[in-house]
Design a protein around this ligand. Structure first.
Ligand code: CMC
Length: 371
């Protein structure tokens, strides 16, 4: 019995939610390029949860439900205020806050399909409120209540800043949310499925997934990309910085993927957005640096950028704090986690693989006083 390191190539679940075949990503059979150009994030949420696009009435109903459920209990706000706010990473805060939020959900342990769908709505609706409340509290500001007349993307930006975002920002943010919503059996989604396959509850599954997304090999990479761009500082410095990294065999954040070989189909959309937005903010330098990094890494290592690479300059251009980039990933990806959690419950079997034991055998116990 030998192990496949990192489960590479192992097919661990059947799903009808999303697929990556021949470097093409689809949600329920719809090409990500098509969705990125045309769909609202709410349409994608509906698509992932119900496996079909909503009609106008169904979409409106989902929007109303998301807006109606976006508020969080005052006790959760107080809880966030109790965090050692200066030292807490927003992903750690989100992980704790979502778990705490679950304590207030009277249906937390109701495993019926109807109750699980209602929880999915509540979690999807409240996650932006948790992230933005944390961001404001640590700046000494009061959280901004969500607006019922705003769509999902608009509400997030509004709650973050307290002012109405412009249409360019809303459009860009919506597209970023669409691009991040689901991604087959990525690490955090797998984590969520493993968790709920024990018949644990939805909040536990989402909390576990947030923990997995936090790592820099997964969602945490987008924040690291921004750190790298800040460290490099200018287009002139790119070559020496990247060459140095490559010479030291260090990983370059925002590049590479376990599944894609020719390239991540989401990256080109973010690249276009990065070009447009950095021009608008007068920080084209960030885009120019990114393009130069991409040219160097692809020519020397033949490793293309992934979704996280250009999303860093996109979020920066939207005025978002760099350590909120990964929580934003969670705000979108929770739609996929919830879809997979519901799919897992619907056809559940405990996920319990085996390990290849490589430790010592036939050891004799030695009494404590003899050691
Ligand atoms: N920079 C430099 N070398 C790399 C990179 C990179 N970003 N990614 C892979 N490699 C090299 C790696 O060093 C190894 O080389 P060698 O065979 O000579 O030792 C080879 O490519 C295979 O890498 P691996 O780490 O075994 O590949 P993996 O499939 O286990 O990991 C990955 C995939 C995404 C974790 C990896 O590419 C990586 O660490 N990338 C940087 C972090 C990152 O951007 N993560 C975001 C992933 S996509 C979206 C998301 O999930 O958030």
């Amino acid at each position: 019995m030998s192990a496949t390191k990192g489960l590479e190539g192992v097919v661990a679940a059947s799903t009808s939610i999303s697929s990556i075949i021949d470097d093409t990503l689809t949600y329920v059979g719809y090409d990500i390029d098509d969705l990125a150009e045309n769909a609202s994030f709410e349409e994608v949420v509906y698509l992932l949860w119900y496996r079909r696009l909503p009609n106008a009435i169904e979409l409106e109903d989902l929007k109303i439900q998301l807006a109606a459920n976006a508020s969080i209990p005052a006790a959760v706000v107080d809880h966030i205020k109790s965090y050692p706010i200066k030292q807490v990473h927003p992903m750690a805060a989100l992980r704790s806050a979502i778990s705490f939020l679950g304590l207030f959900d009277e249906e937390a342990d109701d495993q019926s399909e109807e109750a699980n769908f209602r929880k999915a709505i509540r979690i999807q609706a409240k996650i932006p409120t948790l992230v933005t409340a944390f961001s404001r509290i640590r700046k000494g500001l009061e959280p901004v209540a969500p607006r019922k007349d705003f769509g999902f993307a608009e509400n997030f930006l509004y709650m973050l800043t307290g002012s109405e975002p412009d249409s360019i920002a809303v459009e860009a943010f919506n597209k970023a949310l669409v691009l991040h919503a689901d991604h087959e059996l990525n690490a955090s989604t797998f984590t969520a499925r493993v968790c709920v396959a024990t018949l644990s509850d939805v909040y536990s599954g989402v909390t576990a997934a947030i923990g997995a997304l936090k790592g820099p090999l997964h969602g945490g990479a987008n924040e690291q990309v921004m750190k790298m761009l800040t460290e490099i500082g200018s287009v002139e410095n790119v070559e020496s910085y990247i060459n140095n990294k490559i010479a030291n065999k260090e990983k370059i954040m925002g590049f590479g993927h376990r599944v894609y070989r020719l390239g991540d189909p989401r990256a080109k959309h973010l690249r276009e957005m990065s070009e447009k937005l950095t021009k608008l903010t007068g920080e084209s330098k960030l885009y120019d640096m990114s393009v130069k990094i991409e040219a160097l890494v692809t020519s020397q290592k033949n490793i293309p950028p992934n979704v996280d690479f250009y999303s860093a300059s996109v979020y920066h251009s939207l005025g978002i704090d760099h350590d909120l980039f990964t929580p934003i990933f969670a705000v979108s990806r929770v739609s996929g986690w919830l879809a997979h959690i519901l799919e897992q419950y619907a056809n559940n079997r405990l996920i319990r693989p085996r390990a290849d034991y490589v430790g010592p055998n036939k050891q004799q116990y030695i009494k404590l006083e003899d050691r």
